[in-house]
Ligand binder design. Sequence first.
Ligand SMILES: Cc1ncc(C[n+]2csc(CCOP(=O)(O)OP(=O)(O)O)c2C)c(N)n1
Ligand code: SF4
Ligand SMILES: [Mg+2]
Length: 347
Amino acid sequence: MGATVTPPPKKVNRTGFEILSYKGAKTTLCAGCGHNSISERIVECFFELGVPPWNVAKFSGIGCSSKSPAYFLGLSHGFNSVHGRMPSVATGAMLANRTMLGIGVTGDGDTASIGLGQFMHLLRRNLPMIYIIEDNGVYGLTKGQFSATADLGSKLKTGVINDLPPFDCCALALRCGATFVARSFSGDKKQLQTIIKTAIAHNGLSVIDVISPCTTFNDHEGSTKSYSYMKEHEEMLHDLDFVPFYEEIAVDIPAGEVMDVEMHDGSKLRIRKLGHDFNPTNKFEALVALDEAGKKGEVLTGVLYVATGQPNFMEMLNMEEAPLATLPESKIRPPKEALDQMMEELR
Ligand SMILES: Cc1ncc(C[n+]2csc(CCOP(=O)(O)OP(=O)(O)O)c2C)c(N)n1
Ligand code: SF4
Ligand SMILES: [Mg+2]
């Protein structure tokens, strides 16, 4: 008889789940599409932080990007809504059950073209959810027309040049009230992971604009959303680390080089200066930095703004902690006397 081989123990997270519990269906997106890398980062972040997948609600609109939620967190709740209308669906769902951790994944077309009005109202409400824009500058699903985030002068494969100025979703998010605003690149595994983990810990709206090249329609010479353009023009604001609340690491850090931002749950976003003297708690600095980078054709990545301690939409509305569907009749129906009094007043 041969010796029995014991398989290595399966890696589980702090809540006892394997990474398999965080995966979704096999992707149907094109090979090399940036959106696939973002799905992989979402899987890793939720697994590593030990978030139970059934406590997560996924939302999307229409587009290649909006198909992504099928490819991560297969055990979570999900709603694939109408083109550009994800914010209102997500707002309703999150109000109905504020115990859920909400994550929306959408495209630049879904957000900045048809969905711009919905996006702006989401921003001013500080709804506690993560809102990821998979930004490739085109409508990938409908064969690569320019979207409203396409840069001035960017060229399509057909040779057509974009002659309209872009909407910068991060600048909009800063101006209209989001309390965590970041930009990253689908090809930067570590930075994107840290940003998503921080967004998971943030109590408010987190907008993450991820430059996510479309290999089929917008990854050529002349495009400003291609892998090669990003490699040459990405300008990192800082080096980032995320320390979860359950894992405090004591490291000796020379004063002045590092800034820790304490998140709602006690986790820390650790920000180490690179070349820039930049304070991500100052919204005005972020807007100026974006404007200056835009003029030079650079793409600034990192955490542009973080404001902790601001009331989120549910707190402003003084909503019940419990999901609305679980409330007893005594809490959702006015008593008979109140109805009688109302009728009396209408007489
Ligand atoms: C109301 C409506 N208008 C137009 C369309 C056609 N349409 C489907 S996806 C899409 C754009 C998708 O672009 P984006 O959100 O950037 O996602 P990507 O495919 O680039 O990831 C459009 C215009 C639609 N499905 N519904
Ligand atoms: S068309 Fe573009 S955005 Fe859509 S899956 Fe293919 S590479 Fe990705
Ligand atoms: Mg797009």
